[in-house]
Design a protein around this ligand. Structure first.
Ligand code: SF4
Ligand code: SF4
Length: 312
């Protein structure tokens, strides 16, 4: 699909300007505390958070990932299978961002990717007759935003660099790939199990729990992780997030990039078999005990009835 194929379908009232821009396109825009609309865009938000947004914000606020999620996000379902997503919290009864303060954004150096992107939309498209997917950009001109009237000219590349967008895109790329695969992976992957949803949730939004998980004996017995790599997973949230995406892809789609310990797969299969045998034996024993109880009760009842009928 090409951008030109869909631009005519953009509703006429849309703030999206249907002009395809590339990284080298120049445009006119600026945003600074002196603009008359300063923070207007933060007063009517609907911001979906990415895993890297959460890493940066929880570091900024010195919170654990689970505390950050509990205090500053609102869960929603990203698709009809209930794929978990998180929106940034707004102040009670308003659409105003919870981090908006009198002087502006209180978390500005760690603001989410969506805030950095503002004034731009982007999409990945595959031009006709090409196997290569390319990013195209388009301006979003909302009536309240007067930044487009400012005189500053810059290329899309310069704007993205100034906003620090590339780092966010790099950190979130694999996550977006997981979502696309989950949505388009056919019936098995398209209707994921409860367990796979929980794994997605932890790997996407809860790096502190995932860090505990990679230290569990079960995980260490299964995966071959070198000392240096384990140290970086324990110390570096970004390295841990990248590893979490590899783990998700391996677990959900069988894309093997984390080495298993020798014989680990066979041991796991044997452990599962053993657990299954134990469960089955326990079931058989429970059925047997129930039957014996029933038989005993019937015999007692029979004796009691026989005693009642005894004329002596
Ligand atoms: S995080 Fe900051 S920039 Fe983003 S909407 Fe909230 S206040 Fe505005
Ligand atoms: S509305 Fe536009 S110009 Fe105004 S603060 Fe937001 S991004 Fe900047």
């Amino acid at each position: 699909m090409d951008f030109d194929d869909i631009k005519d379908n953009i509703p006429f009232s849309s703030p999206v300007e249907p002009v395809k821009l590339t990284l080298d396109s120049e445009f006119q825009f600026d945003c600074h505390p002196g603009v008359s609309c300063f923070t207007a865009c933060c007063r009517n938000i609907n911001i979906q958070l990415t895993p890297y947004d959460i890493v940066r914000l929880k570091q900024r606020l010195e919170l654990s990932s689970s505390d950050f999620v509990a205090r500053y996000t609102v869960p929603f379902e990203m698709d009809h299978h209930g794929l978990p997503g998180l929106n940034l919290l707004t102040k009670s009864g308003t659409r105003e961002c919870v981090f908006l303060a009198d002087e502006g954004c209180s978390v500005y150096p760690n603001r989410p990717a969506a805030c950095r992107y503002y004034a731009f939309g982007s999409m990945a498209v595959r031009p006709k007759d090409s196997a290569v997917v390319e990013d195209v950009f388009f301006l979003v001109k909302e009536p309240h935003c007067h930044g487009h009237e400012e005189q500053k000219k810059q290329t899309v590349r310069e704007y993205r660099s100034a906003q620090g967008v590339d780092r966010y895109d790099d950190a979130n790329r694999e996550w977006r790939d997981v979502i696309i695969k989950k949505r388009s992976g056919g019936p098995t992957i398209g209707a994921p199990s409860e367990r796979s949803m929980q794994l997605f949730d932890m790997c996407s939004y809860d790096m502190d729990s995932f860090r505990e998980f990679v230290q569990t004996p079960g995980f260490c017995d299964l995966f071959e992780i070198g000392d240096a790599e384990m140290r970086s997973l324990l110390e570096d949230d970004e390295a841990l997030l990248r590893f979490a995406m590899r783990f998700l892809k391996q677990t959900l789609f069988g894309e093997r990039s984390i080495a298993l310990r020798e014989g680990a797969r066979e041991r796991r299969i044997e452990e599962r078999r053993e657990a299954w045998r134990k469960r089955r034996d326990a079931e058989v024993a429970r059925h047997k005990a129930e039957k014996e109880n029933l038989l005993r009760e019937e015999q007692q009842q029979f004796r009691a009835d026989a005693g009642d009928d005894d004329p002596g």
